[in-house]
Structure formats: structure tokens, C-alpha cells
Design a protein around this ligand. Structure first.
Ligand code: FAD
Length: 457
């Protein structure tokens, strides 16, 4: 409704907005195109404008105006999600939170920060004070902390600290609701589950309090192995070593390696890789383990240096979903899966899946802790043929006891990694967003009390 939109823009006063359709479309998209299914479903979705608040008060003001005018609001951080989390399904406004980027405080191994702060900027400031982020996605150089908690799950650091939804990894969240007038809530401890991985459907997160890890001078290590399972077994043994500080343990199949720029030049054809981030204190034991498992260290570099030197790429940008991105730069037809192998003997099932699917699913493993137990997730590359075959591949995994977080759906319920949160996010949404104007369509079973348009004055 153009009148409602005009009234909304006027009510925003001097809060910056973007109205140029090309820019608005650009900020209405994320990395959903990794999935051919989501690409088909979401490609044409766009908001009508982007609102860029600079303070929490401006967020509250925006939410009050959105309620009055019946405008949908889809929050956005860095826009790096893979499941269309930040794509507005029903128009309205994209709420770009990237200007809320202040650090409130850092003390006692904790930080309180505004939600739009970029992870790379946070880590730099934390490091000056002797701390670092416990975990971050491989999109650290572009993603925000609010987007990670609201739309991400785990990543670099999860080998030690588990995922964002493991108890203790989020201490508190400040949330602005979609009510008249909007409330500012402080959720603490397990209450933060109400906004964790909720895609912004249960409130706009304006501040977060998170625990930190002691800063380390991480080494980027690449180890080459003649065989994939040999590399995977080495990774499992290494990951289980309590005496070695680790930030990343990844196994990459030899068929993926030709797509990994720089790395492919370090190894012989047919070799599989272990990509690691290891603390300097672990290097002696690492060298012994590598030799015992028949591997060879082919790269040893300083992670931080690669992160900040222009033209150079930190090793973590070859891992997690960056492996898929690297493959996609060479072959636009591939996509990926997100699977979790059971902690009891994960590699037996890895081997079985490799036998079943062969080169249709080049294997890529990320070792991590889930609820404290060491296991591995597969972010297998899928040589995509049809949506029916993709569904069949998922179903064969599930029949074999491999859990799938389907990266080809945009709703929270079916989507990536949601299965582990028992909390009643829908009940909370009824309280804090009764009209359903927050990222509508993403919480599959939510039915609003009345349509936002009926609310518009
Ligand atoms: P956005 O994409 O902007 O938003 C994510 C979701 O959160 C959206 O639903 C949005 O509406 C909501 N949101 C954003 N900010 C707020 C807020 N302040 N309040 C309420 N809701 C909000 N993810 C991982 O977990 N681990 C990985 O290792 C990983 N690797 C990736 C690799 C690649 C190449 C790509 C493309 C993606 C990867 N992702 C990964 C997904 C994504 O990059 C991360 O989850 C990232 O943390 C999202 O942050 P963002 O700021 O870009 O969030």
C-alpha cells in the first residue's frame, strides 16, 4: 500500500532510508543462491525500502512506526545467510542494523556489544585486550554478531566451544519488540534461546552479551594425505587431544582440492587435506601426530596475518560453507548438504556415505562438539541434478542415521540446525510480535492475531 509506505517514511523523520529500487533489491538478498531450490523460490523477493537506524532509540522508533502503518520488517546484519533468512518474503522494510556497532564493555572474559558490530572488527578490538571470539562463521570478515546469533549456528571455534545453541555461549540479549509501544527486553541465560536462530522473527536484537576465549596466535596448517579416510581419522584423533588448543579441524576430499585456489598448488593430484588452526603450543605434538598418520605438513602460516593482508586468504575461508563458495566459483551447478554424523563412531558412517554416493557428493567434514560430544558435520558438495534427487539424497542420509539440517528451505522449523532448541519461540512470538510483522513467513506455523494491514491507520 503506497499510502502506508509514505506514512511510514514520514514517521521515520531523519532516520536514514534507502529507496532506490536497485539498492533495496540488493539489500533484500543474501546467499540463498547456494541452493537451486531457494534460488527458484526467492530470487524475485524484495523489500520496498531499507531503514538504517543508528541507535536503539531509532530502532524502537522504527518499530513503533511499522506497527502504526502495518509495515513488515525484516532485520539484516551483513546479509551473508545461506537460507534466505534475511530475504523479505512479504515486502515492507529491511532493517539494516549494521550501524549499531558499538562495544558497550569488555571485562572478565565477556563482552557486551551492539548487534550490528562486524565480527572482524570485534575480534580486532578484543585481541588488543587479550581476548577473542569463542567462535565465528567462516564469513567473519563480513558478518555481524547479531546476524550470527539470529541466523547462524556454529563455525570456527566449535571444535572447542560447541555451537551457539550450546548452553553458556550466549549470556544475554537486549531485544526490541514489535508492539505498541515497542518494549525493550533483557533476556538472560537460557531466555536467550527465544531469539537464538529465530531469524529475527521474535524481536530485533540490539545488544548481545557473549563469553570470550583467551587470544591466541593461531597457526594456519595444511596437512596432505594420500587418502581421504586417512585424513579424516587423523582429524578425529587430533580433535580428541585435550592438550592441544584447536580452533579449526576440517577434512577435504581430493576431488574438491582442484577448486581451492592457492591450496591446490601445495599438493599432488589425488591428495586429501586436513585444514587446521592450531595454537603454537600444540605444534610439537601436531608434528608427531601428522607423521604417525602418514601425512605431510604443506603449509604453516600466521592466521591473523592472512586475515588482514590484502590479497591473502585466511585458511578458514576454505572451510565450513566457504568450501562450497570456492567450488561454486569454478562450477555454478553444485550445491551442498548440511549433515551431522552421530558422535559414536562418526567415521564409519562417513565411509558408508562415501561408498553410497561416490563423486556425486564430494565429502567435506567439519569436526565440532555438539552438547560436549566430539563428532563431525558434513558440508558435502552435491553435484546437483534435480530437486527430486536432492530430496532422495537427504532421505537416504536420514535412513542411515545421518541427521540433516536441510539448507534448501527458508523456514526456521525445517531449516539448518534448528532441531536442538526445545524452547517455545512461537509462544514468545505471539507475545512480542502479535501482528507477525517481523520477518513474516519464516516461522512456518505462526498465525498472527490479525493482518498488519488491518492495523494500519
Ligand atoms: P544476516 O544474513 O544479515 O542475517 C541472518 C538472520 O538473522 C536473518 O534472519 C536476519 O533477519 C537476522 N538478523 C540479523 N541481524 C539481526 C538482529 N540484530 N536482530 C534480529 N535478527 C537479526 N554460518 C555459520 O553459522 N557458520 C559458518 O561457518 C558459516 N559459513 C558461511 C560461509 C559462507 C560462504 C556463507 C555465504 C555463509 C556462511 N554462514 C555460516 C552463514 C552466515 O554467514 C552466518 O550465519 C553469519 O553469521 C550471518 O551473519 P549476518 O550478519 O550476515 O546475518
Amino acid at each position: 500500500d503506497p499510502d502506508a509506505l509514505a506514512a511510514f517514511v514520514e514517521a521515520l523523520g531523519d532516520i536514514p532510508v534507502l529507496l532506490d529500487p536497485a539498492l533495496v533489491k540488493q539489500r533484500s538478498q543474501d546467499f540463498f543462491w547456494f541452493s537451486p531450490v531457494l534460488k527458484r523460490q526467492l530470487n524475485d523477493m524484495t523489500a520496498e525500502l531499507v531503514v538504517c537506524p543508528r541507535t536503539r532509540d531509532e530502532v524502537t522508533h522504527t518499530m513503533a512506526a511499522a506497527w502504526r502503518c502495518g509495515i513488515n520488517v525484516t532485520p539484516r546484519g551483513g546479509g551473508t545467510g545461506n537460507h534466505g533468512q534475511a530475504v523479505p518474503l512479504r515486502g515492507g522494510a529491511v532493517l539494516d542494523l549494521s550501524r549499531l556497532d558499538r562495544i558497550v564493555w569488555v571485562r572478565d572474559g565477556m563482552m557486551r556489544v551492539e548487534a550490528g558490530a562486524k565480527l572482524i572488527d570485534l575480534d580486532k578490538i578484543l585481541r588488543e585486550r587479550g581476548w577473542e571470539l569463542r567462535m565465528f562463521p567462516s564469513t567473519k570478515r563480513t558478518a555481524t554478531i547479531g546476524g550470527f546469533v539470529a541466523g547462524g549456528s556454529d563455525g570456527i571455534g566449535s571444535i572447542t566451544w560447541g555451537g551457539l545453541r550450546d548452553a553458556g555461549n550466549v549470556i544475554a540479549a537486549q531485544v526490541v519488540t514489535a508492539e505498541a509501544p515497542p518494549r525493550v527486553l533483557e533476556l538472560r541465560g537460557s531466555e536467550t534461546d527465544l531469539i537464538n536462530h529465530a531469524y529475527g522473527t521474535t524481536g530485533i536484537v540490539t545488544e548481545l552479551e557473549l563469553p570470550l576465549a583467551p587470544a591466541m596466535q593461531w597457526r594456519d596448517i595444511v596437512v596432505a594425505f594420500p587418502d581421504f579416510m586417512q585424513a579424516a581419522r587423523f582429524c578425529l584423533v587430533l580433535a580428541a587431544c585435550p592438550g592441544i588448543d584447536l580452533k579449526l579441524v576440517t577434512t577435504i576430499d581430493s576431488t574438491i582440492v582442484p577448486s581451492l585456489e592457492v591450496l591446490r598448488e601445495l599438493v599432488a593430484v589425488g591428495e586429501s587435506l586436513a585444514l587446521l588452526m592450531v595454537a603454537p603450543s600444540g605444534m610439537t605434538t601436531l608434528a608427531e601426530l601428522v607423521s604417525a598418520h602418514g601425512g605431510q605438513i604443506v603449509l604453516d602460516a600466521d592466521t591473523l596475518k592472512s586475515e588482514i593482508t590484502s590479497g591473502s586468504v585466511p585458511l578458514y575461508e576454505f572451510t565450513w560453507n566457504h568450501t562450497t563458495l570456492q567450488m561454486l566459483t569454478q562450477d555454478r551447478t553444485v550445491t551442498y548438504l548440511r549433515s551431522l554424523f552421530p558422535a559414536a563412531d562418526p567415521l564409519a558412517l562417513v565411509e558408508r556415505m562415501r561408498t553410497l554416493f561416490g563423486d556425486e557428493l564430494p565429502m567435506h567434514l567439519e569436526f565440532l562438539r555438539v552438547g560436549g560430544a566430539l563428532t563431525c558435520a558434513g558440508l558435502q558438495i552435491v553435484r546437483f541434478t534435480t530437486e527430486d534427487r536432492l530430496a532422495e539424497i537427504i532421505s537416504i542420509h536420514e535412513q542411515n542415521g545421518v541427521s540433516i539440517s536441510n539448507p534448501h528451505v527458508y523456514t526456521i522449523e525445517n531449516g539448518s540446525g534448528h532441531k536442538r532448541l526445545p524452547v517455545n519461540q512461537m509462544g514468545f512470538k505471539h507475545e512480542v510480535d502479535p501482528l507477525g510483522i517481523l520477518n513474516p513467513g519464516k516461522m512456518r506455523d505462526f498465525v498472527p492475531v490479525r493482518a498488519p494491514a488491518e492495523n494500519a491507520e
